[in-house]
Each structure stands twice: as C-alpha cells, then as structure tokens.
Design a protein. Structure first.
Length: 345
C-alpha cells in the first residue's frame, strides 16, 4: 500500500530516514501529535479519522480514505508545480486536516519539511527561505515582515479581509486563498490574493473537480478523487465558468431583518476597509425586525467610523459591541456563537 511507504527524498527537519521505523522513532522524540498521526498513517488501516474545527458547528470526526488523501496531495503538487525536494514549512497544528495534509504532501511528494510551533507568529524566528507553506489569516497578518521567506503561500481557515489583502500587494510571495473543508481533504479550489493578472480573481478548482449549484444557489462539489460522495455545501456562490466561482457567503448565516435578507460576509467585506481590529457582524433576536444586525469588534470600546463603508441602509449595524478577546478554535477560527454568548445583548 502506497501510504505504508514514503518518498525517498522526504526529509523532516533536515533529517532523512531509511525506514518507517526510523521515522517513527524520530517523530516520537520530536512531537507526540506528529508521531500519533504517522503511526496511524503507516498502519494497515486504509483510512483515518479526522476531526473538524468546529467553527461553524459542533466538532465531529470524519472518516477519510488514505488513498484520497494521497490524491489530494498530488493534486496540490500538480497545480502549484511543487515537485520533489520542495522546501516547505509546517506551522499548522497536525490535529486537524490542514496540518495533516502538509505532512502527507511531504511524505508522498518527497518534500523537505520543517516544523515550527503552530502559533500566531510562525515566522518570528525563521531565517531560512521556503518554497511553500500554509497559514491561517491571523498567522499571515503577523508574518508580513518575513513573508519574503515564503515563495508560495496558501491561506485557509477564514476569510482574508480586504484590509489584509491590500497589504499583500507588491510582495514577491505568491499568495492564494483556499476553498475547502475536512470533507474534501482541504482545498479543492484556490484564489490568487496578490499580484493579479486579472482583477477580480475568482476561485479556480483543482484538477479532477467539478462544480455546480443546487436550488439554494449553494455550491455542490463532485471530486471523486477525494470524496466518494457529492459534497453539498452551505456556501452561496456565483458560477463564473465550469471551473471558476465567486464565493458570496454562507446560506446558514443569512440574516432576515424585517424581511430583508442580509449576507454577513458581504457586509464584513465592506466594513474591513474601515475597521482595523478583528470584527464580525451577526443577527440577534429582535421583537420588531425578527433579527437585527449587530457589529462585534475585538478590543476595548472605541469610536468606529463606518459612514463611508458603502453600506446600504439595511446593512448598517443597529448596535456595536466590544469583546476583549474573541473565542477561537484551536485552528484560530473565530467561534462566533460562543463570542456572542460573552455579550449582554
């Protein structure tokens, strides 16, 4: 079985290995989390269980076939031209699919993978240059001073704000937002975030992925190489072509305020040009409107100027609340409902 071997050029923290046992001994002394994954990866089972992050619901375990994880790794390698001896930096927790897939890509494609702490500033003590890495938006925000060390970077686990995207222009690093989920074994589509040839940039699917919309205008994914079933998402999209789409927002976060349907993601996109702190908008119960739109800002109470944010009259938040620190998942995604629970509405 292919998952019981690794590429001859694979290195972990600059160290080569002659056998699976040698690799496992090294991992055991280096990281319990990585060791536990590798032990399962090199077992005779043809599947693994992976837990979701819990950012949009209750965390759950999903069964993934190892051969499909390998297929995903090859699709990423092919799309980005990341061949053997690619130098890569792992700075995501391997408890979740994004971190696990960085390991799988390195193992099967023959990468030279270095591992650092999955903290909010992963490049803090880095001087070496890398061909490839993956981060969440918070890590990207904190890594701008050292971003030139990464040649190609993918960003997932949350929306990259307009403000942050504006800071990315002019960097030599090629940066992509990713679209995907645990069920699709990380990304099935990517969107360029800087140094555009064409504006705007849309999500483009990876090889062997077909997309269409259901009756809700939500994306449906047919990716037989990474999933045995069609994946029906809650993401409302506009299809640009058979291979490209624009993400508009989540079906399950639509706010019905007095009969007007509001997309939080689109409102947040406009507000991100004006608000420098982390924030989000949400709908809360209201006697007259059914739901009223509110703005939640991270940090101490401060003036918030939103008059020139291009908001329609319905998109203007009725209330603004401040929270010292947002509640996050282990992968640094904002847990909106738990953060709202901190507020006396």
């Amino acid at each position: 079985m292919e998952q019981n071997r690794f590429h001859r050029n694979f290195k972990l923290n600059s160290k080569s290995f002659t056998s699976v046992d040698e690799l496992l001994v090294y991992a055991h002394n280096f990281s319990d989390e990585i060791y536990q994954f590798l032990e399962i990866w090199f077992s005779q089972e043809d599947f693994i269980y992976v837990k979701t992050s819990g950012s949009t619901g209750i965390p759950k375990e999903i069964k993934l076939l190892k051969v499909q994880m390998i297929n995903s790794a090859f699709a990423t390698g092919k799309y980005f031209g990341l061949l053997e001896n690619t130098s890569a930096l792992l700075c995501l927790p391997t408890a979740y699919i994004a971190g696990k897939m960085m390991l799988v890509r390195a193992l099967v494609l023959g990468w030279q993978l270095d591992v650092v702490d999955a903290g909010s500033n992963p490049l803090k003590n880095i001087e070496k240059k890398y061909d490839f890495s993956a981060m969440v938006p918070l890590q990207l925000e904190n890594s701008l001073k050292s971003l030139h060390l990464i040649k190609t970077l993918i960003v997932g686990g949350g929306v990259v704000s307009n403000q942050l995207q504006g800071k990315l222009q002019g960097f030599s690093t090629t940066i992509f937002a990713t679209y995907g989920m645990t069920e699709t074994i990380t990304h099935i589509a990517v969107k360029k975030l800087n140094n555009f040839m064409i504006i705007p940039s849309f999500y483009e699917v990876l090889p062997n992925v077909e997309i269409y919309k259901d009756v809700r205008n939500c994306l449906v994914i047919n990716a037989p190489k990474v999933s045995n079933e069609l994946v029906f998402t809650n993401d409302i999209v506009h299809l640009i072509s058979d291979t490209q789409f624009e993400w508009l927002g989540r079906f399950d976060t639509i706010i019905n305020s007095g009969g007007v349907k509001l997309h939080p993601e689109k409102i947040e996109e406009k507000l991100s040009k004006k608000i420098t702190s982390r924030f989000f908008v949400a709908g809360v119960s209201d006697e007259k409107l059914g739901e009223k739109l509110v703005l939640i800002v991270e940090g101490k109470s401060q003036p918030v100027e939103i008059n020139n944010a291009n908001l329609s009259k319905f998109e203007i938040p009725k209330e603004i609340y401040f929270v010292n620190k947002f509640v996050e998942t282990e992968t640094k995604k904002i847990q909106r409902n738990k953060t709202l629970d901190l507020i006396k509405l």
